[in-house]
Design a protein around this ligand. Sequence first.
Ligand code: SAH
Length: 486
Amino acid sequence: MQKNDVIELTITDIGVDGAGIGKYNGMAFFVKDTVIGDVITAKITKLKKHYGYARLMEIKEASPKRVEPRCMYARACGGCQLQQMSYESQLEFKEQKIKGNLVRLGGFSQEEIDDVTEPIVGMEYPFEYRNKAQFPVGYDKEGNVVTGFYAGRTHNIIANTNCPLGVRENQEILEAVLSYMREEQVSAYEESTGKGLIRHILIRYGFDSKELMACIIINGKALPKERALVEKLKKIPGMKSISLNVNMKNTNVILGEETRTLWGADTITDRLYLRDVRDFSRTKTSTVYKISPQSFYQVNPLQTEKLYSLALDYAGLTGKETVWDLYCGIGTISLFMAPRAKKVYGVEIVPQAVCDARENARLNGIDNVEFFVGKAEEVLPEFYGKGSASGGTDASESMEDMKDMRHPDVIVVDPPRKGCDGKCIDTMIKMRPERIVYVSCDSATLARDLRALVDGGYEVRRMRGVDQFGMTVHTEVACCLQRKDL
Ligand code: SAH
């Protein structure tokens, strides 16, 4: 067996990154764009000692789980991995992935996990769900300005203004910017040379408010014929905010620090509704959020409502509880919990997000929340230590508040993919809250952290996947832990 050999495989399994797995001569081969049950031919692209990679050549027998991808760029584009799989099979894959990670990496038994897991919550319609997209701008082979998505593992742009995961409004905005660039001869930024002007187009859409934001990220201070662009964009129904963001650094980071509004408002707003967790129908209770180009805001608002309603249910609040919301971002979870708690303390590392969180609290008339800027693994131990060392007399909080902060009833965490820092987990265990609600976007690090919490005296009571990212391999999961001695 060697590289470039074409082999026939039956796909019998799927890896964590969504590639199908088939065995040939006892060796496992990973083949992208395949589905369990497919019989295929594939060309070997890489051989390792015990496994290899191969490229799909022909589907000889299609699996019943296979569907026709909706987007013609599904295979080449780096955005989606699972479009060839029916949505039902995607959910099945995600549930198995979560459980598999908890067993393999967390050392839990399959039975323990099966006992506490509730069925994954899917989307009603797994397309057009993203409220935010950042489109790189560049040139095609003929030298025309184009915008779209990067091909997998590269920075080559696949020209496509109509990504099916985004809202339909994206297309009109992107076409307006491209036609302005052609008419006014405005250049696109080129990573290789660091020359050219327009780098990215950022679009955000309020699903509830129907408000649109367009932000043009440029390698310069201003646009030529700025008004010509504004005239085109402001005509688009729903347009509320048009801005420029300056990023003159040679970096992969999309946004620079300086943003200037060209037309309309600096921000758009959106509203998230509390859902009834029995059937995930919307209740009348809702929270509004102001969103700026830089704000972190969950990209799938309909599923976020389900996820946070579930987190709130897991928190089991009665109105008397003190809650820490770690990794709180713009305070989304904090503001969901505050009306049902005595007090909520949020911790977030990005100062601007904390400003947004405070502003969002005011906007909703919520006054029993307080936000701290800093790392969860530093802020939490600091408060825990403070109480025992100085009795909290040097802080603005009263003795009573300090006691509640050191021994909260509930701690909620929603960390980035790398999970919680060990110091954060240790302090959570020392604080001995009755319940811990863990919202995770990576079940591998969740497995590691749950193991530490369980070894520290907690038990996993309930767990449920919520699919926020249809067609991709990513998924969110909410988890409820309770102190074992209760
Ligand atoms: N719960 C929020 C945000 C979740 S995303 C929401 O739904 O809107 C994770 C957040 O953790 C991000 O806002 C990120 O800036 C923040 N973060 C990352 N590392 C952190 C750390 N060590 N301590 C505190 N916050 C951190």
